[in-house]
Design a protein around this ligand. Structure first.
Ligand code: PAF
Length: 281
């Protein structure tokens, strides 16, 4: 496994591999790898000749400096996991490599980045778009893999790819869950045993809501979900939305869209968690 720190060395290696006719799959990450990330690597390994993983904690997508500084960093164990997973190339640039000068670009995603995460984390998706476009320029993969847990991010990256005319296939991979249903996230490590139990209610309740979909009007269902989740002493729901998967606009009646997704964000103690489930079969 080659571990590279500069765009130049990466380009050299990838030009050679592409010259041999090999297809390149790309998994961008911020490290602190878990089974969710490794499932993306697995998807790539099944489709591409070469899998490239980047590890870069991107400062421009954090709303708070302390959140960025406290983000977990486990390079040694990450590299071990990637080696065991059969990854051929890991890109670990420093900040000066990715941002040699400030990046003042702003992106227009219309409604897509105004709702849900975009509403509660202003500027976050501009930061994601900045780094993903820089990484796409550096790797120029055939395919790139993103988890459906960050569903809004996935939709925005598809839009970014279309706007920037990248010839990259964007693949969304299913959410990986703990046996109790909790969506796997690097933030889960910060939960106490009791908070983990309560956090598992997030997926339980949204899956249950899907069962109730035909019985209740959307507004009633939303109110039920929020009330049910907020019964947990440590939980504070930020939003629960049922949205059209393509536009991310709220759906007001079940017939408004076929491909609907229910998305939730909630604080469990000091930890902010997100989850989602598709509302079609
Ligand atoms: O999903 C993430 O881990 C990050 O947002 C990404 C796509 C690696 C960009 O920093």
């Amino acid at each position: 496994m080659d571990v590279l720190q500069t765009k130049e060395s990466l380009a050299k290696e990838l030009t050679q591999l592409k010259g041999q006719g090999r297809t390149i799959g790309f998994v961008p990450t911020m490290g602190a790898l878990h089974r969710g990330h490794l499932s993306l690597v697995d998807c790539s390994r099944r489709q591409d000749d070469v899998t490239v993983v980047s590890i870069f904690v991107n400062p421009t997508q954090f709303n708070r400096r302390d959140d960025f500084e406290q983000y977990p960093r486990n390079l040694t164990s990450d590299l071990k996991d990637l080696e065991e997973a059969g990854v051929q190339v890991v890109f670990i640039p420093g900040e000066a490599e990715m941002y040699p000068e400030p990046d003042h670009r702003t992106f227009d995603f219309g409604q897509l980045d105004k709702v849900m995460e975009g509403h509660y984390r202003p500027g976050h998706f501009d930061g994601v778009a900045k780094i993903v476009s820089k990484l796409f320029d550096a790797v120029q993969p055939h395919r790139a893999y993103f988890g459906e847990k960050d569903f809004q991010q996935l939709v925005i990256i598809r839009d970014l790819t279309r706007q920037m005319d990248y010839d990259i296939e964007i693949i969304g991979c299913p959410i990986v869950r703990e046996p109790n249903g909790l969506a796997i996230s690097s933030r889960n490590k910060r939960l106490s045993a009791e908070q983990r139990k309560q956090a598992a209610q997030l997926s339980r309740v949204i899956f249950q809501a899907r069962q109730y979909a035909d019985r209740y009007a959307i507004d009633q269902l939303k109110a039920w979900v929020v009330a049910e989740l907020n019964k947990n002493s440590e939980m504070d729901v930020e939003y629960f939305e049922v949205v059209d998967e393509a536009t991310l606009t709220s759906v007001n009646a079940w017939s408004d869209a076929y491909y609907k997704r229910a998305c939730v964000a909630a604080w469990v103690g000091q930890v902010r968690l997100i989850d989602n489930v598709k509302f079609y079969f």
